[in-house]
Design a protein around this ligand. Structure first.
Ligand SMILES: Cc1cc2nc3c(=O)[nH]c(=O)nc-3n(C[C@H](O)[C@H](O)[C@H](O)COP(=O)(O)O)c2cc1C
Length: 394
């Protein structure tokens, strides 16, 4: 199948799986442990029905959305994805250029493959920064100063890694960063020459924003790296200190409980990202879309809610808005695009989400995305009662 015939994000995933060595594809595609949470992120979206409404003029759909005083062409953006160049060499800059051209936010990960300054420049004023809070104050201060200087005006503080996630696929594949190929990986690389040569030219996926102390011993496993990047004692007091430190907008990423959402608002956060890290952290956790209604209800519009986890269709963006999110982020949708077809693939992923979003707005008789609220939800006995709540107006 050629990239232009890919009819869905899932088609891009299938194409990407063929073009990318298995250990690299598994890193992007995989989730924690049995991947139940990963699967739930999809099935929970699919269970939410929207009722079609007709005989409304839907000739001019509006997807323009204002968030934190900035107007974006679409109500979705690129989620922070570490080592994104595992999906395809140069993927982070490809998606950043797409963000600039399409006017969507691109959230640069602390663990980005390319230095944050280069990504921010490519994203042309649409770059946000995501921070993992390590125990190293100097490192945090340095990253925040660099992100600010690079023009990132929105900071996402990821809080859902007090312990590193256990990704069974990466353990089986013996994935390590810096990359150290096993004999099995070498055979895999030989079978995928375009990825391998591109990666050879661009340099093996690395930390773009800092270097690891590699003095002596074997390179650390991915889980060990995660452990170094995060401080298990980071708590609400630490968040408040960060709030004082960062002048721009600050969002907490990884909220799944309404009480935590309220505490984030109390701590002076400008928004939250309801997220389970794309099913990569806690396999026992609920789907992020499943907890959104309670959280939206608790916050009652105090601060905007963003959501990620399982966005694969334009209709998912409408479902999230109907349940109380103002904006969504997509991680794998764009990563699969890069894996399937590099630059053309990330464009195709964007095009699919955008056209499906417009089509959905047309089908539900709500041409303006901003006017979507809980009334578009189908009310029937297959939907959980807490999903019937109208949007809280955030
Ligand atoms: C390969 C990969 C790497 C990720 N790295 C980060 C990261 O560095 N920081 C972070 O906050 N979230 C990270 N995430 C989580 C995403 O930001 C986002 O929450 C998740 O991808 C959303 O689910 P989706 O992939 O189904 O869209 C990563 C996700 C993936 C798939």
């Amino acid at each position: 199948m050629s990239i232009t015939r890919a009819a869905s994000i899932d088609d891009l995933r299938r194409l990407g799986k063929k073009r990318v060595p298995r250990f690299a594809f598994d890193f992007v595609d995989g989730g924690a442990e049995d991947e139940v949470n990963l699967a739930k992120n999809r099935s929970a979206f699919q269970a939410i029905e929207l009722t079609p409404r007709y005989l409304v003029d839907v000739s001019e759909p509006v997807t323009e959305t204002v968030l934190f005083g900035t107007s974006y062409a679409v109500p979705f953006g690129m989620a922070p994805v570490g080592f994104l160049n595992m999906a395809w060499p140069g993927a982070d800059l490809m998606i950043a250029r797409l963000a600039a051209e399409k006017r969507m936010p691109h959230v640069i990960s602390t663990a980005s493959s390319t230095p944050l300054e280069e990504i921010a420049e490519a994203a042309g004023g649409h770059a946000w920064f995501q921070l993992y809070v390590s125990g190293d104050e100097a490192m945090i201060g340095g990253l925040l100063a660099r992100a600010e200087a690079a023009g990132c005006d929105v900071l996402l503080v990821t809080v859902d890694i007090p312990q590193p996630g256990k990704r069974d696929r990466d353990i089986r594949n013996r994935l390590q960063i810096p990359f150290r190929p096993t004999p099995g990986m070498i055979a895999d690389l030989v079978a995928h020459p375009r990825w391998a040569l591109g990666t050879l030219r661009a340099g093996a996926p690395q930390f773009g924003n800092f270097s690891l102390d590699r003095s002596g011993g074997a390179p650390p496993s991915l889980a060990e790296i995660q452990q170094r990047m995060i401080a298990p004692d980071f708590d609400w007091n630490g968040l408040k200190r960060l709030r004082d430190q960062w002048k721009g907008k600050l969002l907490v990423k990884g909220i799944l409980h309404s009480q935590d959402a309220l505490m984030a608002a109390e701590a002076g956060c400008d928004g939250i990202v309801v997220s389970n890290h794309g099913g990569r952290q806690a396999d026992f956790a609920p789907a992020s879309i499943a907890v959104l209604p309670q959280i939206a209800n608790a916050l009652a519009g105090r601060i905007p809610i963003l959501l990620d986890g399982g966005i694969r269709r334009g209709a998912d963006i409408v479902r999230a808005k109907a349940l109380g999110a103002s904006f969504v982020l997509a991680g794998r949708a764009f990563a699969y695009g890069a894996a399937a077809g590099g630059d053309a693939g990330v464009r195709h992923a964007f095009g699919l989400l955008e056209t499906e979003l417009r089509r959905t707005l047309g089908q539900i008789g709500r041409p303006d995305f901003n006017a979507v609220d809980g009334s578009v939800l189908a009310i029937n006995d297959r939907q959980k009662p807490d999903m019937r709540l109208p949007a809280a107006g955030a």
